[in-house]
Design a protein around this ligand. Sequence first.
Ligand code: SME
Length: 161
Amino acid sequence: MYQFDVSAGSKAELYRDLLAAIDAITTGEADGVANMANVASLLWQYLPDLNWAGFYRNVEGELVLGPFMGKAACIRIPFGKGVCGTAAQSRKTQLVEDVHAFPGHIACDAASRSELVVPVVSGDRVVGVIDLDSPNPGRFDQEDAVGIEAIAKLLTDRVNS
Ligand code: SME
């Protein structure tokens, strides 16, 4: 059993402790699927107000569903499509306060109202994306983006599969 000391204080403290927990559980483990599974679980456990948390992986130029927590989701997303495909193609974080206002948003879970997608980039290759969905409009802010970007950077060489 793993036990992590993740602060319920400020958002900055939460992401600092979450990053430390993710570092501890993924360091030295070469299996990318195992690492993604544990990270999806930690994101789900410690970030409030989510209805989906997980990964899409770049498999031969297409995003394919990876380990996640939440309802069963779309399996394949082309680069450039939806919020995830836009993050993968642009290699830029997508912070969407209202998914209904995002052209081409792919509704995997009708409950989703806001979304944060951060690409995981290794060298010049997009390895995949981290996707967080919330039933609350405007759930994610710049601090969430910075926090998840730090996690994506840490995972660069730990989620290859
Ligand atoms: N909403 C995403 C699809 C993935 S699900 O949210 C899990 C998108 O538009 O890319």
